[in-house]
Design a binder for this molecule. Structure first.
Ligand SMILES: [Zn+2]
Length: 137
């Protein structure tokens, strides 16, 4: 690079121009001088897994409601349980260790709870309806 003060061609890693002594680059300081907000957040794979699982569970839940298939409902419920568990762990990590994807974990948690309630409700409703239909004949 070139010094902004004297135009001398200097090393790209130089912080101070060797020709005129003007500061030309950022000091590559240690992380301790950076504000904590700039610190890279810890990964939170479990939070992403929880969120993705909640979406898949929601998809299975919706399909199972449309075609009213009990096996799909059970798969959806299993996925919802997994997503709630993963999202809860992800959420805890995000809060305790400042890990990333706290928002996604929370979304996964909410989606998981909403859809497990919905799916269980319709599963029970389906069983009751099936039982009442069975009684009719
Ligand atoms: Zn210079």
């Amino acid at each position: 690079m070139y010094c902004k003060n004297c135009g001398n061609n200097i090393n790209d890693n130089a912080v101070v121009c060797p020709n005129c002594g003007v500061q030309v680059g950022e000091f590559k300081s240690t992380d301790t001088q950076k504000p904590s907000a700039d610190l890279p957040q810890k990964g939170n794979a479990v939070g992403i897994v929880g969120f993705v699982t909640s979406l898949v569970g929601a998809l299975f839940g919706l399909i199972s409601l449309i075609v009213s298939t009990n096996i799909l409902m059970l798969i959806a419920i299993a996925l919802d349980i997994a997503s709630i568990a993963c999202s809860a762990v992800g959420r805890k990590r995000a809060k305790k260790e400042n890990a990333s994807f706290g928002g996604l974990s929370l979304a996964g948690l909410i989606i998981g709870i909403v859809f497990i309630s919905l799916t269980v409700f319709f599963l029970i409703l389906g069983v009751i309806m099936l039982a009442s239909v069975g009684n009719m004949f």
